[in-house]
Design a protein around this ligand. Sequence first.
Ligand code: SF4
Length: 86
Amino acid sequence: MKCKHYTIPVFIPELACPFQCVFCNQEKITGRHLIPTDAEIVKTVESHLASFKEKNRRVEIGFFGGSFTGIPPAAGAFSAIGAAVS
Ligand code: SF4
């Protein structure tokens, strides 16, 4: 059976990154310059999950516009994602 792949985008504008590379400038690309709240991340993930029709699917969350590995483990994004996917 064919498996559909999805990546749910979460934009973290320049979070944990001191630079603003032109190809990654989230304010210019998405019009967004604020870091999403936990509730916004949960809403984004739940909204995308609800829109997927295929039962046989692989879903990932992609962080764009910042340095995911530079975010402290205790930051809200991690707990929000855990709550959204559980
Ligand atoms: S996350 Fe990477 S690509 Fe984006 S602004 Fe920072 S250094 Fe540039």
